[in-house]
Design a protein around this ligand. Sequence first.
Ligand SMILES: NC(=O)c1ccc[n+]([C@@H]2O[C@H](COP(=O)([O-])OP(=O)(O)OC[C@H]3O[C@@H](n4cnc5c(N)ncnc54)[C@H](OP(=O)(O)O)[C@@H]3O)[C@@H](O)[C@H]2O)c1
Length: 242
Amino acid sequence: VCLVTGASRGIGAAIAARLARGHRIVFLNHRASEEGASEVQRAARDRGECIESVRADVADEGEVRRMIDRVAERCATLDVLVHNAAAPVALKPLFDLDWTDDVLPQLATSCRGFLNLVQAARPLFVSGTRIVVLLSDAIFHTPPARMGAYLTAKAALWGLTRAAAKELQPLGVRVYMVAPSLARTDLVLDLPERAREIVAAQHPTGRLVDPEDVAAVVEMLIADAGKYMHGANVVVNGGLAF
Ligand SMILES: NC(=O)c1ccc[n+]([C@@H]2O[C@H](COP(=O)([O-])OP(=O)(O)OC[C@H]3O[C@@H](n4cnc5c(N)ncnc54)[C@H](OP(=O)(O)O)[C@@H]3O)[C@@H](O)[C@H]2O)c1
């Protein structure tokens, strides 16, 4: 039984679809885009797989509790929790960043969302539950300009996830981080196409990360292959740093 946050499109949708292909029951969380969620569900149903949509703003404690209650009505345990949701990134220079309008929404979805999820889902965790958190390669290597709010939230989420790895280990809960480089999704819609091409060319592979590349790594980590990788941060950047 898996719950993937922010799975109505982009990387989350690819993760949800991939997990469902392994005959798992997948709960697809999203905040607003009903259409995207229905599309992912429909495609899974056509393949004979099971994806159920559970809407909630992960930043809202009450909504997350109600979402987890819905999961608990169907399933006694949660085997895999993937915290993938992230607020849209508006490119803004540091001098123009507003704490309330720019930084807090990023922190709310990334960090408050993670806390809400872990605290609400605690009764469904069993020894062997896996948690995967999506970070960003940009916080570990050269960061792009004008993404201060997003980078702040991802760096804070890194700390929080490491705290979770430390504190949940005694429960037998495995925690992983996955940090992709730039992918072609809606996350940074105002990034010019030329900038995407330049970043793609910087990758030794000559292309940006594909959501499927990330989904494959998530599946590898939650499988037996990841058993001895508790607390690991796996960078998915096609060798960009080398
Ligand atoms: N794309 C990249 O270049 C890239 C690179 C490195 C890391 N990542 C990470 O990979 C993850 C997925 O990114 P993506 O590019 O696939 O993003 P995306 O295409 O923008 O999709 C974001 C998803 O998150 C959901 N979401 C946003 N705020 C939410 C909230 N408060 N509660 C619940 N759901 C919420 C959206 O649902 P609604 O549409 O319903 O709001 C959507 O399903 C993120 O953690 C991101 O930081 C992405």
